[in-house]
Design a protein around this ligand. Structure first.
Ligand SMILES: N[C@@H](CCC(=O)N[C@@H](CS)C(=O)NCC(=O)O)C(=O)O
Length: 220
């Protein structure tokens, strides 16, 4: 059994999508980020960085894993699914996973902060992050012009990117400007496992803390 510590954010949902796709049984612990449950000592013992997601593998001596990309690799290696064993194919998946972890995630996260939460309106800063996101979306769109999925076959790299692309409109990006990415998005969006993973954790917060963004709900 896997314990999943998560919240209603893209980084959390990468992991619930992967757990659903891999058919692994898991228990969800939804953390209230606004109440700083992720900074509690009990959670810091699992993730010293004090952020979601994190997992504890109860079948592996209560082994804790933090950082969503590391969690996806751990789960893929545990199950032998969605990460090829062959060195070059595996490298391709990890390259695109790192592209998401170091690019799409941080840049789109900052775009959201400066567009929606930061007290001052700083147009040049907003443009900086939104434009960098558009550039990264263009890179994905180019890759998907010649590939069905981001790294060849469907993999943990796709699972890592999807919950961020779901939020494109909220981040000031028009998905229709990236037709190959939109085609890929529609394929993933139709998968029942992805749909189930995107619903984790169930909403447990007052509605005024939540912004409706198309099919996904994100924290304000
Ligand atoms: N690189 C980390 C980022 C994790 C992260 O930023 N988590 C956010 C939610 S998506 C969080 O826990 N924010 C609350 C906080 O920083 O206290 C990962 O991919 O796991």
């Amino acid at each position: 059994m896997i314990d999943l510590y998560t919240a209603t954010t893209p980084n959390g949902r990468k992991v619930s999508i992967a757990l659903e796709e891999m058919g692994l049984p898991y228990t969800v612990h939804g953390l209230k980020l606004r109440q700083l449950e992720q900074k509690e000592p009990a959670f810091l013992a699992i993730n010293p960085n004090g952020r979601i997601p994190a997992i504890v593998d109860r079948d592996a001596g209560d082994f804790p894993v933090f950082e969503s990309g590391a969690i996806l690799i751990y789960l893929a290696e545990k199950t032998g699914l969605f990460l090829p064993a062959e060195t070059k194919a595996k490298s391709r998946v990890i390259q695109w996973l790192m592209f998401q972890m170091g690019g799409i995630g941080p840049m789109q996260g900052q775009a959201n902060v400066f567009r929606h939460y930061f007290p001052e309106k700083l147009p040049s800063v907003q443009s900086r992050y939104v434009n960098e996101c558009k550039r990264l979306y263009g890179v994905m769109d180019g890759q998907l012009a010649t590939h069905d999925f981001i790294a060849g076959d469907y993999s943990i790299a796709d699972m890592a990117c999807f919950p961020w692309i779901v939020q494109s409109g909220y981040s000031g990006i028009e998905l229709a400007d990236f037709p190959n990415l939109k085609r890929w998005y529609d394929v993933l969006d139709a998968r029942p496992e992805v749909q189930r993973g995107m619903k984790v954790p169930e909403m447990a917060r007052p509605v005024e803390q939540i912004v409706e963004t198309g099919k996904s709900m994100v924290m304000t």
